[in-house]
Write a protein that binds this ligand. Structure first.
Ligand SMILES: C[S@@+](CC[C@H](N)C(=O)[O-])C[C@H]1O[C@@H](n2cnc3c(N)ncnc32)[C@H](O)[C@@H]1O
Length: 263
């Protein structure tokens, strides 16, 4: 951890939201400001992490053995390799993040795992991710689970051309999982989310962008959305009846999730 850092990072704020141990006071301050504006900020992060874990469990059960997790953040309980390897012990995972702190912490944890590693690269430069020597751990002639979970909000402008480049590198039968923050139903909730977005973008190094449902749906244009489609992340294959936190839960309302299959 770089102790001198005084500006919050997306990874640090997310770690605070999940109750982790890798954030600094500036991250906590930014997270609390966002939380005050939109009180379900931290709960949204939890729902996002739960979505990621359910996706990996499901893909592993369907036979996927390799994952490219871009925007992986700090390692926390229930990492992708832990979930995948619990089902398929030979599963390989390449974690990618732009934040050097997350890479250092992740590679410490992964030191004894020959099937997983973490590389520093920028999602917006697909060549730097797909052409990185570490990414050779994955065999792109076999299906890959591409995980873009709550990272595309950090990409400004039209993210579709970017998606096209990543999907173009995947063999048929691969999957792309995306979760994304969206404007919630209801004027009051929208105003509060907007205020949280403002707080976030004032205090955090990486700017966050909220996208509308249509824009997020379009990110799946080069894949076939698998059931149940693009839904509230909490509604995506909930693990048991009664898990869905409730239709009036704004934290569930602001986070969409879906998985597309490469045809
Ligand atoms: C909200 S966290 C999501 C972590 C993890 N995917 C999850 O869902 O639990 C977003 C992560 O994306 C990373 N990130 C932001 N912009 C990025 C970029 N251009 N390339 C790679 N990683 C990026 C941040 O550093 C942060 O760790």
């Amino acid at each position: 951890m770089t102790e001198q850092r005084t500006r919050a990072t997306a990874a640090g704020v997310y770690d605070w939201c999940l109750g982790g141990h890798h954030h600094l006071p500036c991250d906590a301050e930014a997270a609390i400001a966002a939380q005050q504006a939109f009180p379900l900020t931290a709960r949204t992060a939890r729902y996002n992490r739960d979505f990621l874990q359910r996706v990996v469990r499901r893909l592993a059960k369907q036979g996927v053995r390799q994952y490219l997790d871009i925007g992986s953040g700090y390692p926390t309980a229930g990492n992708v390799h832990e979930i995948a390897q619990a089902i398929r012990p030979d599963s390989r995972v390449v974690y990618v993040d732009i934040d050097p702190d997350t890479i250092a912490v992740s590679n410490d944890i992964l030191a004894d795992d020959p099937h997983s590693l973490c590389i520093q690269a920028d999602l917006t430069d697909p060549g730097s991710v797909l052409g990185h020597p570490g990414t050779r751990l994955l065999d792109f002639t076999e299906p890959v689970g591409l995980l873009l979970v709550s990272v595309l909000p950090f990409v400004g402008g039209d993210a579709k051309p970017l998606l096209r480049q990543y999907v173009g590198a995947l063999t048929p039968g691969s999957h792309v999982a995306i979760s994304h923050i969206t404007a919630p139903d209801g004027e009051h909730a929208r105003r509060r989310l907007k205020a949280a977005e403002r707080q976030y973008n004032t205090k955090v190094q990486q700017r966050v962008n909220v996208r509308g449902r249509d824009e997020i749906t379009a990110l799946f244009d080069d894949t076939e959305l698998v059931p149940p489609g693009l839904v509230r992340a909490t509604h995506w294959h909930p693990p048991r009846p009664g898990y869905v936190p409730g239709d009036d839960d704004e934290a569930s309302n602001v986070l969409l999730g879906g998985v597309g299959r490469v045809p």
